[in-house]
Design a protein around this ligand. Structure first.
Ligand SMILES: Cc1cc2nc3c(=O)[nH]c(=O)nc-3n(C[C@H](O)[C@H](O)[C@H](O)COP(=O)(O)OP(=O)(O)OC[C@H]3O[C@@H](n4cnc5c(N)ncnc54)[C@H](O)[C@@H]3O)c2cc1C
Length: 536
């Protein structure tokens, strides 16, 4: 049959590139660290057609729950598409879950490079990866469990078999805290723990959200007479039988579809106590602090992914006689998106370095950086999560109609974008956490304001002073929390841009985000901005 038309001016998929080597911000973040070689290998995979296909398939073929076998016995088994397993194998094989704990120096920064890259590719698998990483911190509060489990957690091996950890080559960890009556307010936990013979506990209750339910063990919350307490729940018991862990149903989610998120019930479920009775929320907040850090890093990776797709499209597609990217107004949009992604990357790695430095000991620098990571984690978590969805929408619009169809990676990213703002502390909860952290110690804030003033830019100095003055007024603090957190995030991003970005990028960022010379949408950089130089 005759062709009806020629196919022209369509954009080839963005694949066959190295997501690490082509990202100068990430290369700079990894500068001088041994992780650079592993990052290059992972970057090659992330940019490959094979990986893009796996990410797409894992999300289009959502996991399925089998509650019972054909004879009616409980199974509580979640079957994933082979592409999900292939992605998990890659991520864990590359140590995306473990590198922070196994790298002798700068482990958090090294791992952040890998986790950022992973989030350029796929986010459903990032969930079990991040929980496994963060779970190590809590596991270490129960030395007996840590001795038995940590080697398997830190093994760079993915083993999906539903078997006891002792026979598996690697394991994953999850956390189940949220119940029907409350997720942010965990003081309302209903699940009950009763002491059993042998010193362990039996749980009765439910969890309304439990992601990655095929993980090998979960940190969970249950009530003892002393109060809400943290427990460790393995899916398989030492005698090889399965621990009662009833998966009631899987959530039908807006995005994050490769990852199973479930509702579960405990009935006579064996559990081991972690930390002190009645201190469960504080114990698990330590884990959440790390998952929040991961969200800061992951959202920066997702912004980079959105930007890469948008720039790639605009450099190939023509309209009105020239490439989209060569139109002045599109140049403004792309340059503005670039500033946002670069500032997010710089902030993520500023935070990663603070984590590394705070583990360095009790010297003055370590103390300062410990205070910085305490406050900067929620500040950056809030801000990145607010900016990512807006950025995803704008990047999608750059692709026009092609961005809105499921074949485009942008539609997946768009549906994924709000999630990080909801879990691990939603926006308000995070801002209130910043206020609480400020009330405990002003050291972190002082250090951040010092950093803000350091570049010697009058606009930044004024911005820092406005934050200092505003926070000193205690009336209406709660009402103003979002505003101060936003200003803090922008101020620290601007200072990082002043130190690390090109003069053109730094000036455009400070002028629009701090200096008031910009609009409320992307693409409103001042007309004099050298957008080409920023895009380069
Ligand atoms: C896909 C997905 C997967 C998840 N996986 C897990 C998991 O594996 N394990 C797990 O434990 N949980 C999981 N969650 C649950 C998630 O952590 C909670 O949904 C989240 O903590 C918010 O709790 P909530 O849904 O009960 O909302 P609520 O606590 O009811 O909060 C609703 C809104 O009110 C705001 N709010 C709350 N308190 C205040 C306040 N004092 N002042 C002002 N505003 C306030 C919040 O910021 C939020 O915007 C998952 C959620 C999703 C969507």
């Amino acid at each position: 049959m005759d062709a009806t038309h020629d196919v022209t001016n369509q954009v080839p998929p963005l694949e066959g590139y190295n997501a690490f080597s082509t990202n100068p911000w990430l290369v700079a973040a990894a500068g001088g660290l041994p992780v650079a070689a592993a990052a290059k290998a992972l970057g090659e995979y992330v940019g490959s057609a094979e990986a893009q296909l796996a990410a797409r398939d894992a999300n289009r073929n959502a996991p399925e729950l089998s509650t019972h076998d054909r004879s009616g016995h409980r199974l509580d088994f979640v079957a994933y598409h082979p592409s999900y397993h292939a992605l998990m194998e890659r991520a864990m094989g590359a140590g995306v879950h473990s590198a922070a704990w196994t790298t002798p120096r700068d482990g958090f920064t090294s791992r952040a490079v890998l986790f950022y890259l992973w989030n350029v590719l796929e986010q459903g698998t990032a969930c079990p990866v991040t929980m496994t990483f963060a779970g190590v911190q809590v596991l270490r509060q129960a030395p007996g469990l840590a001795r038995a489990w940590e080697p398997k957690v830190l093994a760079n091996s993915y083993d999906a078999r539903p078997l006891p950890h002792t026979v598996k080559s690697g394991v994953t960890l999850g956390m189940a805290m949220t119940e029907k009556q409350g997720g942010s307010d965990l003081r309302t936990v209903q699940t009950r723990a009763d002491v059993a013979a042998g010193g362990e506990y039996r749980l009765t209750g439910h969890k309304w959200f439990c992601s990655a339910p095929m993980s090998d063990a979960f940190f969970t919350l249950a009530r003892l007479p002393e109060g809400v307490t943290c427990f460790f729940v393995p899916r398989s018991l030492p005698d090889g039988t399965r621990n009662p862990f009833f998966i009631q149903r899987l959530k039908d989610k807006c995005g994050n579809r490769s990852n199973a998120s479930s509702e579960i019930e405990y009935r006579d479920t064996q559990a081991w106590i972690v930390g002190e009775p009645g201190r469960g929320i504080a114990t698990l907040i330590e884990m959440a602090h790390l998952t929040r850090f991961d969200i800061v890093v992951g959202t920066a990776g997702m912004m980079r992914s959105a930007l890469a797709e948008a720039v790639h499209h605009a450099r190939h597609r023509e309209a009105f006689g020239k490439k989209l990217a060569d139109h002045a107004l599109m140049g403004n949009v792309l340059a503005d998106l670039t500033l946002e992604a670069q500032a997010a990357t710089l902030l993520a790695f500023r935070l990663a370095r603070a984590f590394d430095a705070s583990g360095a000991g009790s010297d003055a620098a370590g103390g300062r950086e410990r205070a910085v990571q305490r406050i900067l984690t929620p500040v950056a978590k809030y801000w990145h999560c607010k900016r990512l969805p807006v950025m995803a929408v704008e990047a999608m619009e750059v692709l026009g109609g092609n961005g809105y169809v499921e074949e485009s990676p942008l539609s997946r990213l768009y549906r994924e974008a709000p999630l990080n703002g909801i879990w691990e502390g939603s926006g308000n909860v995070i801002c209130l956490d910043v206020l609480r952290s400020l009330a405990k110690s002003a050291e972190g804030l002082g250090a951040l304001l010092e950093d803000m003033a350091a570049p010697g830019d009058a606009r930044l100095a004024r911005h820092a002073q406005a934050i200092r003055d505003g926070l000193a007024r205690s009336e209406g603090a709660e009402m103003a929390a979002r505003r101060w957190v936003e200003m803090l995030a922008l101020g620290i991003q601007a200072a990082l841009m002043a130190r690390h970005a090109s003069p053109a990028a730094s000036e455009a960022f400070i002028a629009t985000r701090i200096g008031g010379d910009g609009g409320r949408q992307f693409g409103t950089l001042p007309p004099s901005t050298p957008t080409d130089r920023i895009l380069e």
